[in-house]
Design a protein around this ligand. Structure first.
Ligand code: RNT
Ligand code: ZN
Length: 414
């Protein structure tokens, strides 16, 4: 134990915080690391462009070109992140070594390699149907499409992915989260706002009508306020999904890039949790819009972490969702994961009980003073201790490893 940690421990003990307890609790929180940061949301199905109103910008060298490279990169990233985590896959990261399979025909066996990968490393897996970057989503409509045949294709795709998710969950012994996000919407003000939502509702009803054991599969639905090219209307709006989830035994997934910039996901979490046992998150960093920048150690993140810790981390399924192609992709993963953990640690090292007491007694001056002072308590020393105990480099020292990997492995990928 370092001298700095010993001192920090005492300082926190003075305000009633047990740093050992925080370290223990932090090591119990797994984050779901999104595979798609590794290849700019490319996937292995085709080399076509990314559609669906989302965009990865930049052309930093070294992006993973196949499953082997992506797995190696994930290994490298996770070796620099303390704790045990999960990986979040998209349908298009299936194993196509026996040939490309239509998305509505994907089967559990197409994910056996990922299951094996996860098992060997003690990781969990989450999954997402991919309702974009496909000819049948070229007009930006999927589950809400007016053409029944197009809808059928996407319904069947979602059903196939749920089956795969349940299989993964069973194989790994930890529930797989299947998250449904669709890009559907319109560029201009629609004449009919109701029918697309009615069709989406009917499609979800069919998809979710198949029951799986919650021990293996849980579902979430992810809303969005707008996407590029669908600025005027999104079918899967927040109100739509919030009501859908409340009535249909699935969770809402809140992506903090998917609301008006003055809205706060931190504020939404406790509201949702009064009505649902869990809520799922996509943690991202939007700059001016849903730009999907790497998660930074921001005030927004700290507030989200605070609500997770107060609610009880077991009630929040935490996933990351960003894709920055302008910097080293492994560094992007590591930074986002570590920042999320740092924010959670910061929340654990905050005396919420005492602050809440101030609030409830109307002592707002004291609440303000105390919460501001706590911000410069020696959290870094506790973080370093946590990293050391988990055998990962402290502070920025992890970056050396990423740089070496870039110079020896990533440069070879042309
Ligand atoms: C898009 C959504 C969605 C995607 C991933 C790739 O705005 O956030 O979650 O980012 O499914
Ligand atoms: Zn998202």
């Amino acid at each position: 134990m370092s001298f700095l940690y010993e001192e920090a421990k005492k300082i926190y003990a003075d305000i009633g915080i047990d740093t050992e307890d925080a370290i223990k609790k932090l090591s119990e929180i797994s984050l779901s690391m999104h595979c798609w940061q590794g290849d700019d949301v490319g996937g292995f199905e085709s080399s076509g462009e990314l559609t669906g109103g989302i965009q990865a910008t930049g052309n930093y060298p070294g992006k993973a070109r196949n499953m082997e490279e992506l797995m190696a990169d994930i290994d490298k990233a996770l070796s620099l992140v303390p704790g045990k985590h999960r990986i979040n896959l998209h349908a298009t990261y299936a194993d196509y070594s026996d040939g490309i399979v239509s998305r509505d025909k994907l089967e559990p066996k197409h994910f056996d390699k990922w299951i094996e990968f996860a098992k060997e490393r003690g990781l969990g897996i989450d999954i997402n149907p991919t309702l974009f970057s496909h000819p049948l989503a070229a007009d930006g409509l999927t589950l809400s499409h007016p053409d029944e045949n197009v809808r059928r294709f996407w319904i069947d795709h979602c059903k196939a992915i749920r089956k795969i998710g349940a299989y993964i969950g069973e194989k790994l012994g930890t529930p797989c989260l299947n998250n449904i996000w669709i890009p559907d919407g319109y560029k201009e003000t629609p004449a009919d706002r109701t029918s697309p939502r009615q069709r989406l509702k009917d499609a979800l009803d069919e998809i979710l009508s198949i029951e799986y054991d919650k021990k293996y599969l849980v579902d979430s639905v992810e809303s969005k306020v707008f996407g590029i090219g669908v600025e005027s209307y999104t079918v899967g709006s927040h109100e739509f999904y919030m009501n859908y989830a409340a009535n249909n035994n699935c969770y809402c997934l809140l992506d903090n890039g998917h609301y008006h910039p003055t809205e706060s996901v931190a504020d939404k979490i406790p509201s949702m949790l009064l009505f649902s046992d869990k809520v799922a998150l996509h943690v991202t960093r939007g700059i001016r819009w849903d730009s999907d920048h790497v998660v930074g150690y921001t005030d927004e993140l700290k507030e989200i972490a605070k609500e997770i810790v107060i609610a009880g981390p077991e009630r929040v399924i935490i996933g990351l969702d960003y894709f920055d192609a302008s910097i080293n992709r492994i560094a992007a993963w590591v930074m986002g994961m570590r920042n999320m953990q740092k924010a959670l640690l910061g929340a654990m090292l905050t005396p919420h009980g005492k602050l809440a007491e101030c609030q409830n007694n109307g002592n707002f001056t004291e609440m303000f003073v105390f919460s501001e002072e706590v911000k410069s308590y020696p959290q870094g020393a506790v973080w370093d201790e946590f990293c050391e105990r988990n055998n990962v480099p402290v502070r920025e020292n992890w970056f050396k490893t990423v740089k070496e990997y870039e110079d020896s492995v990533l440069v070879e990928r042309k």
